[in-house]
Design a protein around this ligand. Sequence first.
Ligand code: DHB
Length: 461
Amino acid sequence: MKNICYSLLFASSILMACSGNATIDPLRFDSTKYTEQTLAMADGQTIHFRAYEGLQYVTNVEDSTYQTLNVYVPATADENTPIFLRTYVGGYMAAEARKPSAKDASGYALQQGYVLCIAGSRGSNSAVEVDGKKFFTGRAPAGILDLKAAVRYLRHNDKVMAGSAERIITDGTSAGGAMSSLLGSSGNSPLFEQPLKSMGAADESDAVFASVCFCPIVDLEHADMAYEWLYGCTNDGIRALSAEQRVVSQELAAAFPEYINSLNLKAKDGSAITADKYADYVKQYIVTSAQSALDSGVEIPANIGIRIQGGKVTDIDMPKYLSYVASTRALKTPPSFDSQGMLGNRPSPENMLFGNSEGSTVNFTVYCAQKNGGAVDEALQSRINMMNPMYHLSNTSDKAQHWYVRHGARDRDTAFSVPVNLATKLQNGGYDVNFALAWDRGHEGDYDLEELFEWIATVVK
Ligand code: DHB
């Protein structure tokens, strides 16, 4: 009798497991549910691929508009094909899972034969209505949680889906570049474990292989001081700040050297980049950028501060060059990021990002919080850390081995030092980093696609 009971129990549990397979694993990818689609590229080629769209990557969906991903599989892809994971996050706002575009890296990735995944994610503006009340779904760190859940979904289904989840290359621009850098720097970080579990993300690794970051708007809590340190030299010129603004600018800039020293950055030759050497270090990236432009036949105007002798960039008059940058697009006013409550400024996208589900906007730097009579408490600091790749690079996580970081040499959305620090910290960590300030580029991404995909081809070889 005892035995029969046991065998009955055993048999029924197998039955439950089998019959319930579809229901107990709602994150299982169904390879039969696709449509055949095409994309006409600018060069006249039409790409054919299978489209798997609207896939939910968590079981506890809070915002069905954004928490989905699309997968596009070209005919030639097999299980080893790298997966290009594009996010369209901008301004730290929500982004839907879009279709491939012939105009950016998504279409190009398909044309090159990569599996393409476009993941949606919640963001600072996403909201749902609960009991007649607006509930903001995407305040930090929701967006990066969603993208991590998407990575976990790809790994969870690696055996039943074309493409290799061990070869995911992330790509994004600006706040999306920040998201890409977070995916690359915070793989399996313990900070995200519990929230991902609560969301019903697959119990898998969320580490990625490579990250492509165009003009990443990162290190938010130090971005204001970096901006004033760099652009402060224009305050009496093209920027024309008020006396009050100038005080804020000077106070912020004054705090930057200490931050730089705390980073313990090292140059390629191993020497320390202390605050006293830092201005020169940043300048060298502009020199390299201008030189490569010169070498490729680009004409550099004589009046923008680039000193050239015999085809060589010998030096840069930084105030002059930065004034030129500011002439192409007006600079932000201080504080550039944590603007809320400061000198009558309105909340920035970043103030929204760190707000709560009721739609609040908050200061996230000690400087501005204190000026407004507040503080950055532990809970907020933890969310700020989650959103900063610089934090992850100094803490436990599985980092991407390969990095491609670009920031326009006249992009004034954040200071050049922000991507410079990210790239330097990565280099110092021993990762493979391809970094440049791209000459004559503003705040944009997915350019020089040929060069980018040549780089991708070498790292996935
Ligand atoms: C973006 C641009 C910004 O200047 C900023 O502060 C945050 C995000 C963006 O383009 O995504």
